[in-house]
Design a protein around this ligand. Structure first.
Ligand SMILES: NC(=O)NCCC(=O)O
Ligand SMILES: [Zn+2]
Length: 608
């Protein structure tokens, strides 16, 4: 097939995808109003590198202007964000919606799951298309596209699982990268006999990812030990949910983290460790990451933890009721050490971990009951897609461990960078998607299954009071949550599949930048980012009279236009006539004066 490393284009779209692409363009009539104009006033705009008092003007689903005293068209709706934070909508890098797993199917589907996500301030999810060992990767991917397209309430992307190794798997990985908009592959060192691959297969999988410019992802637990321990525990009569954690204690997770890191380093393939659930695993990853960074292999390793791990733990009395305990079963497990949530939050604060996912994979009490009498049959998975943002805020910002800019980094920007969505997603900037959350740090909420939006009948954060919620959520320019209530505008089909191009600059800093889906669009964003990164301030805060008018308004027009290019200051570089690589510079930590504060616990080694 005629494929390149670039984005999907009309000529490279396979015929099976064409049928999916056509309908997603035809939005229902009520979603078609392309002239939605919105002004968000008086708020504090928070990006991962700084906070600024600014207004924001949105049109056609895109951020068009940032600044103060902007000239905007009449008839524009205004939201007053006084005393609130205006942030990039959350990106949940890890969900399993309608996932067929362990004999059942997770109850939150692409509609209820993304609806719940948006209600909590998340405006994009990355789900997993996981094939059985003998299944085609592309067929599995197509199955997920068919499940999700037309159903999702916010944009989504797909990671693909690697559960076996062969030439055909390798070829399909290549096709997925080159033609289907996938840039990340997860392999499992757990789930022996189901999904687990062995060390040799891991080596080849990492080699293939590196060759393709993809991000390798690993579920790091030692599946062989888990299998043998499980047999032993069941034989000893330990059949209840307490057996779950006993079969896979912290070092079983840390061993697999270590092994995967060493393999990644040998192959020199960027590796993203999903759901780091223990202090032992987190520290192991931090140690390897720092070690490789010192040997000038920056950003080889990335780590994700979960809202579940930050928001709760395996409490001493949890096993008094099977239903409670089973609802908390996921792999790797919640840990009995009560210091785990704080330890993991500190690793996020120091940049040793980069992202927080939900791993949302929900099963109702009836489904969890499959494991009565045998803990190994409890379908693994918990909720989190809805509460992830509030849990991170509560346990991070309210607790004084991170500041709002770090909150944005770990809930949105870092995922956008790692999976090559930035700055279309993960940043409040002119030209970026208007996926925005207006965060109210004064509104409180008591989390409960009785009031949550998710389809599942249990909430592992039940009773937690959070001091900070999504007051308004804007999805592609539409106000979908208002005063913390879902509006009718949040509907099926509002979201679309978003390609994730290979060679993300943060993971492959030496590679030539891969263009996003719209060349003009990306060029404009890169220019604006250059202004932000190297001036130390955005031009967005300047008055229109400063001469840098393209962001505040475009000459001759009351509003700026997406296609309008930023005017350069005298002496400022023209990226189109220079050999300077913006993408690689975006990946560096050497930008001057862009942080508002140092993270607690010392200087970050991450990419805040
Ligand atoms: N995490 C979990 O227990 N369920 C979802 C599947 C996985 O991520 O391993
Ligand atoms: Zn998962």
């Amino acid at each position: 097939m005629d494929a390149t490393n670039g984005p999907i284009t009309a000529s490279t779209v396979p015929s099976d995808l064409k049928s999916l692409m056509a309908p997603s363009k035809k939005l229902p009539f009520h979603l078609q109003s392309s002239h939605t104009r919105l002004l968000i006033k008086n708020g504090t705009v928070v990006n991962a590198d700084k906070m600024e008092e600014m207004d924001l003007y949105i049109e056609d689903g895109i951020i068009k202007q940032l600044g103060r005293n902007m000239i905007i068209p009449g008839g524009t709706r205004t939201i007053d964000a006084k005393s609130m934070y205006v942030m990039p909508g959350g990106i949940d890098p890890h969900t399993h919606l309608e996932f067929e797993f362990m004999g059942d199917k997770s109850v939150d589907d692409f509609y209820t799951g993304t609806r719940a996500a948006v209600s909590g301030g998340t405006t994009m999810i990355l789900d997993f298309a996981i094939p059985k060992k003998d299944e085609s990767l592309i067929n599995t991917y197509m199955k997920y596209r068919k499940l999700a397209d037309g159903k999702v309430c916010c944009d989504y992307g797909l990671h693909v699982g690697i559960t076996s190794w062969s030439d055909s798997v390798k070829n399909e990985m290549s096709d997925l990268c080159k033609m289907y908009g996938v840039n990340s592959f997860k392999f499992f060192l757990a789930y022996k006999d189901l999904y687990m691959i062995n060390d040799e297969e891991m080596y080849h999988c990492l080699e293939a990812c590196k060759e393709l410019g993809a991000v390798a992802m690993v579920h790091a637990e030692n599946g062989t030990i888990i299998k043998e321990n499980t047999k032993k525990l069941l034989k000893e009569g330990i059949t209840g949910p307490e057996g779950h954690e006993l079969s896979r204690p912290e070092e079983v997770e840390a061993e697999a983290v270590f092994r995967a890191c060493v393999f990644a380093n040998q192959v020199k393939c960027p590796l993203y460790v999903v759901h780091v659930m223990s202090s032992s695993a987190g520290k192991m990853l931090a140690q390897k990451r720092r070690e490789y960074q010192q040997r000038s292999v920056p950003h080889l390793l990335f780590g994700e933890t979960l809202a579940a791990a930050l928001g709760t733990y395996w409490k001493p009395n949890i096993c008094l009721h099977f239903e409670d305990a089973a609802a908390h079963v996921l792999g790797p497990p919640l840990r009995p050490d009560p210091s785990t949530p704080t330890e993991l939050m500190k690793l996020l604060a120091t940049g040793d971990l980069q992202t927080v996912g939900s791993d949302n994979c929900t099963f109702n009490a009836k489904q969890k009951a499959l494991g009565i009498g045998d803990f190994s049959k409890i379908p693994n998975g918990v909720n989190g897609v809805e509460d992830r943002m509030s849990i991170v805020w509560e346990k991070g910002v309210t607790a004084g461990i991170i500041d709002p800019t770090q909150f944005v980094a770990i809930t949105s920007t870092n995922a956008a960078k790692i999976f090559n969505l930035y700055p279309k997603k993960g940043r409040i900037a002119v030209g970026s998607d208007a996926d925005i959350v207006v965060w109210n740090p004064k509104r409180t909420k008591k989390i409960s299954a009785k009031t949550h939006q998710q389809a599942v009948d249990y909430n592992i954060f039940e009773g937690t009071v959070v001091h900070g919620v999504a007051e308004y959520v804007i999805v592609k320019g539409r106000v979908c949550v208002e005063e913390a209530e879902i509006k009718a505008s949040l509907s099926r089909g509002l979201g679309e599949f978003v390609q994730t191009p290979v060679f993300p600059a943060i993971a492959y800093p030496d590679a030539a930048p891969i263009k996003a889906e719209n060349k003009d669009f990306e060029d404009e964003l890169l220019i604006l980012d250059d202004e932000i990164d190297f001036d130390g301030v955005t031009n967005a805060g300047d008055s229109p009279s400063s001469g840098r008018s393209s962001v505040c308004s475009v000459p001759g027009s009351p509003v700026s236009h997406r296609s309008g290019r930023a005017l350069r200051k005298e002496g400022q570089r023209d990226l189109h006539s220079s050999s300077f690589s913006v993408s690689s510079d975006q990946a560096e930590d050497k930008k001057p004066s862009i942080r508002v504060s140092e993270p607690p616990g010392g200087r970050s080694t991450g990419f805040w």
